[in-house]
Each structure stands twice: as C-alpha cells, then as structure tokens.
Design a protein around this ligand. Structure first.
Ligand code: AHM
Ligand code: MG
Length: 283
C-alpha cells in the first residue's frame, strides 16, 4: 500500500505542474457521463495511468474519464478508482481543483474500500490519506516532497454549510433544511469543487457538504466510486458521518456501474443528525 501512496505523491506534483503550465481549453472528446473533456482532464488521466501501470500490486484502474475497467496485473491486490482532475472547469478561473483516489480490494463497492486519498491543488499542494488504521493524515508539499502535518478530526458540530445542486431543483424539505442551518448562523462556503469544499470543512472542524438528488438529477451528480465513497471513508475516519438521502451510510453503496452517482451528505455529527431529522430517516 505504501507504494501506492508514494506514487500518488509523485503524480500529484506532476499534475500540479500540468495545471500550471498547460492549455486550459477543451479536447475534442467527452467522458462516460457525457461531459466535454478538457485537455487537462485527458492529460491528468494519462499521467495517473502511466504512474500506476508498472506497479504489480495494482490489479486494475477505473477512471472517471474512461468508460470501463483497465486491467493491469492479474495477480494484483488493489483496484484504484480515481477522478484525475475533479472540478476541472474551475481551472480557467484559477480556483482550487483536486484529484481523488479510492483504493478497493475485491468487488468494487463501498465496504471493500481499504484506503482513500485526495490532493488539493490550491495556493499550496495538500494531500490527505485515510486508512482503516488511522484518522485522515494531512500532508503539504514543500519543494516537491510531502511533509506530514497532522491527523485530522472533525468536531461534533461545525459552522460551514456547502449546499450543492441547482436550488431551483431542490425539494422543499431540502431547502428548509439548508435555510434552517443559515438561520442558526452557519456560513456559506461553496466553491463548486468538492475537493476544496470538503477539505475546508474537514480542516475547519466541521459543517456539512450536501449534493442531494434533485428533480433534474434524482441520483445526484457525484460519482460513487471516484468521489462519494472515497470522501465518505475520509469523513467517517475523521469521526463524522456520510449518508445518502435514505439515511444509509455511503460506505454501504454497491454501484451497479462504475459511473453510477448517488445523493450524498458529508459532515460532522450534529449536522448529519439534523439532516436525518429533516429528511425523516433513521437517526
Ligand atoms: P467533475 O468531476 O466533472 O469536475 O464534477 C464534480 C464537481 C464537484 O467537484 C462539485 O462538487 C460539483 O461538481 C459541483 O457541481 P455543481 O456545479 O452542480 O454545483
Ligand atoms: Mg469529479
């Protein structure tokens, strides 16, 4: 597993360089979710594939930017599911973006995730790694190498509210829930990049990030294998909770297809318990 984390560290530095130096325009292709791919999406996907292709413990790769599963080594133990450049449409306005990795052993489902990691490309490059044995471990790059900063824990209750999805398409009880948090004094923090938005909530002690099912997207937007399950694991390891709109732990998701999405809510305990009440699901 350490080899995988070391590879993530090396490729993160390359991706950061790519973001800072390469063309921000569109490629002439689109991904499985029907979204137009930027040249940066394609390049970052390629860099990750190159970085992992000779590592024998990696059985397969599954990328948000590719259709199927890319088999690598038959005797490998882990499948790495990744979003090469999450929030890539924010790069041209110079906001933070990220890379997300979910490391699975066996069938691709929540309970088989054994570790997750994400990288934030902002004013600095930061990395968070979570394993079953640890709280999320926070690193920051300094001259191309990652220094360990600290373990991260969520407080019982935070102050930040990051409500995703188009408000016009929210259901009434979701709107009431979001409004009630603001009436309680919560502050809006939503950049449109789930990596920096969830990173901010983790590091500032707590709050809630939501991307609900909406009338136009009943299953939400965020993809289970590359986005939802890796962050659910991070939040649970930090002492928080991560659930869907039925109150089910996101770690119990079993995607039928690699690109399946799910409504998702990540937060500290107070806010997630309030959400369960607002949605009328088990607490
Ligand atoms: P992407 O993987 O195509 O970049 O999309 C995922 C991003 C998330 O980072 C973010 O939370 C969400 O899309 C924002 O969506 P919206 O613009 O609907 O708020
Ligand atoms: Mg993404």
């Amino acid at each position: 597993m350490q080899t995988i984390f070391d590879t993530i560290k090396k490729v993160a530095i390359k991706i950061d360089h790519t973001i800072k130096t390469e063309d921000l325009g569109y490629s002439d292709s689109s991904n499985t979710s029907g979204e137009e791919q930027l040249k940066l999406d394609v390049k970052c996907d390629f860099l990750i594939e190159e970085a992992f292709k000779d590592i024998s413990i990696v059985k397969a790769l599954v990328s948000e930017e590719k259709e199927g599963v890319m088999e690598l080594h038959e005797g490998g133990k882990y499948t790495i599911c990744y979003d090469p450049l999450d929030g890539s449409s924010l790069a041209d306005v110079n906001l933070s973006v990220g890379t997300i990795f979910g490391i699975y052993e066996g069938e691709l489902k929540g309970e088989n995730l054994v570790a997750s990691a994400y990288v934030v490309y902002g004013p600095r490059i930061e990395l968070m790694i979570a394993t079953k044995e640890s709280k999320p471990m926070h690193y920051r790059a300094q001259e191309g190498l990652f220094d360990f900063i600290d373990e991260v824990s969520l407080d019982e209750k935070g102050k930040l509210n990051a409500p995703g999805g188009t408000q016009q398409h929210w259901c009434d009880y979701h709107k009431t829930f979001v409004d009630d948090l603001f009436a309680e004094g919560y502050r809006l923090r939503y950049s449109g990049g789930m990596v920096p938005d969830l990173h901010q909530i983790l590091l500032k002690g707590g709050g809630i990030f939501s991307y609900p099912g909406t009338s136009d997207k009943p299953d939400g937007k965020l993809r289970q294998l590359f986005e939802v399950i890796p962050f659910a694991f991070m939040y649970e390891q930090a002492g928080g909770q991560a659930i869907n709109d039925k109150g089910m732990r996101l770690m119990e998701l079993v995607p039928a297809h690699p690109h399946d999405t799910s409504p998702c809510f990540f937060g500290s305990n107070y806010e997630i318990n309030a959400l369960k009440e607002a949605y009328g699901v088990q607490n």
